[in-house]
Design a protein around this ligand. Structure first.
Ligand code: ATP
Length: 509
């Protein structure tokens, strides 16, 4: 209404001013400039801090705990914590203070966001989500205002949906809740203070009840004020899945996909050691994409195999290598594979000459069992597998190449683990208390012994190089079964022959 009166009045006033002889041109120019500036500011979201809306994501969550594979212990702990929200009258009877915050910690992609969504569903709560990085702003006070908006939005949403509780999820809480250092003032200190104030304001009698769920990969970085009792006082670890959990996650994500009869989910779960839930989801998706590209009606085990390589190593590259390089890479990879199969039978799942990511070739190993504790023997075996490539090059070409740099880095890290864990001849030590020379000597002693053992293994399986090499150059891929057949053949040959074969090969080359 006010707008209409203004629109009607302004021309009348201008006409009157012109009539009495006033020069109106400067007023008109100033009005045009002002309107333009107002328009630009409005388009950019406004200058006023108070008016700026928090860009919060408010999805309607249908996720439930059955959509989360594995994580049984974490799910149980979250559900137990949520029962505090559901049975709030009983809590009052016992005088238990309300649970205000749940902190989910663990590596990226393990299902923390899923867990928060399932929590909202389980408790029939309104769900609002934001990420820590959304609160870090250049302008003082904006972050704090956003926190206030977030709590307001959660309560409004719950009231609108007739729900008597709301869950606020903040991902990457470490961005806004990192440790405060000294007296240095940062903008996000205000944001963090605001969050603490809002959390302190949560009470049992309040409706809707608010529960904060936060996620971080770096719980050690959080400010103590945030994790003290009464705030995020329940920490739940959401870890990388073990084999059984990987199988469950894969089963969830293949439900809507056409699988061929040869697909073996158990084998895929075995081959994906150390993969997160997000990576496993990606494997199923990439496998479906490979099938789609080939116009195949069903997704086969081969598609899954390519998908695992893609998620682990990156997309196949078109890097053109010379014939000489390809041959060297083939022998290098066979060196790894032979040692791997000898020290860990059945561990080679594929040897490939297809360049992926940074690698010109690779051996995919499938551990028979997930392992979290290593003996010195396990570590030594891993070092020998890493050295296998360089030793093969040394034996077949009389020298190594730069292709072994990552292998050596891996081997040296493992040697350090041996020393650090008190498994070396130095006994129980603290790395920084041993002299550099002593450390160097022990590292070299361990490496030289293992290099010698690796040489011995490769010498006795030398015919495998001859048989597998042609296959690998021709087909680019050698699967575990084919490779094992060649290993068995070489094992059946008298050892003396193998050594003579190697010596004659070296003489000829
Ligand atoms: P980040 O720390 O990077 O934010 P996150 O731990 O919050 O990761 P989510 O966003 O919950 O991980 O997971 C990403 C995707 O990975 C999910 O949408 C889902 O498809 C898949 N996923 C992860 N974990 C699981 C699981 N346990 N069960 C089923 N799917 C999972």
């Amino acid at each position: 209404m006010g707008k209409e009166i203004m629109i009607g009045t302004i021309p009348v006033v201008i006409a009157f001013l012109v009539f009495i002889g006033v020069n109106v041109a400067p007023f008109i120019i100033a009005a045009v400039i002002l309107s333009f500036l107002t328009f630009v500011i409005m388009r950019q979201g406004g200058m006023s801090v108070a008016q700026k809306k928090t860009p919060i994501d408010t999805p309607k969550t249908t996720t439930n705990f059955n959509d989360i594979g594995g994580q049984e212990r974490a799910k149980k702990e979250v559900k137990e914590a949520l029962d505090f929200l559901i049975h709030k009258d009983t809590l009052k009877q016992y005088g238990i203070r309300p649970l205000k915050g749940l902190l989910l910690t663990g590596p990226p992609g393990t299902g923390k966001t899923l867990m928060a969504k399932a929590a909202a569903n389980y408790t029939n709560s309104a769900f609002v989500a934001a990420s820590g990085s959304q609160f870090v702003e250049m302008y003082v006070g904006v972050g704090a205002q956003r926190i206030r908006d977030l709590f307001k939005e959660a309560k409004q949403k719950a009231e609108k949906n007739n729900q008597d509780s709301a869950i606020i999820f903040i991902d990457e809480i470490d961005v806004l809740g990192g440790k405060r250092e000294g007296s240095q003032h940062r903008e996000y200190d205000q944001t963090l203070n605001q969050l603490l104030t809002e959390m302190d304001g949560i009470s049992t009698s309040e409706t809707p009840r608010v529960l904060m769920v936060a996620a971080t990969n770096r719980a050690d970085m959080l400010d103590d004020a945030l994790i003290r009792p009464g705030r995020f006082d329940r920490q739940i670890v959401v870890d990388l899945p073990d084999k059984k959990a990987r199988k469950q996650i894969l089963e969830i994500h293949v439900k809507n996909k056409p699988l061929a009869a040869d697909v073996d989910i158990d084998a895929i779960a075995r081959d994906t050691f150390n993969f997160s839930g997000a990576q496993l989801e990606s494997v199923t998706n990439e496998a479906a994409i490979y099938a789609f590209r080939e116009n195949s009606k069903e997704i086969t085990q081969r598609h899954f195999s390519h998908a695992i390589d893609k998620v682990m190593m990156g997309e196949q590259t078109d890097r053109e290598s010379t014939a000489e390089e390809r041959e060297r890479v083939a022998n290098h990879e066979l060196g790894h594979a032979i040692v791997s199969e000898v020290v860990r039978p059945l561990s080679v799942s594929q040897v490939s000459l297809r360049p992926r990511g940074q690698a010109l070739g690779y051996v995919r190993q499938s551990p028979q069992q997930d392992r979290y504790l290593y003996t010195v023997e396990n570590l030594e075996h891993q070092i020998m597998i890493a050295l296998g490539g360089a030793v093969a090059e040394e034996m077949l070409y009389g020298g190594r190449s730069t292709g072994s740099r990552n292998d050596f880095e891996q081997a040296l890290n493992l040697v350090n683990t041996i020393i650090d864990c008190g498994l070396s001849q130095l006994g129980i030590v603290k790395m920084d208390m041993v002299s550099r020379e002593a450390l160097h000597e022990e590292r070299q002693r361990i490496l030289n012994e293992l290099l010698e053992e690796t040489r011995a293994i490769l010498r006795s399986y030398f015919p495998v190089f001859q048989h597998a090499f042609d296959h690998l150059i021709r087909e680019e891929v050698l699967n575990g079964e084919e490779f094992r057949a060649m290993m068995a053949e070489a094992k059946a040959m008298p050892r003396k022959n193998n050594v003579e074969d190697l010596e004659s090969h070296l003489i000829n080359s």
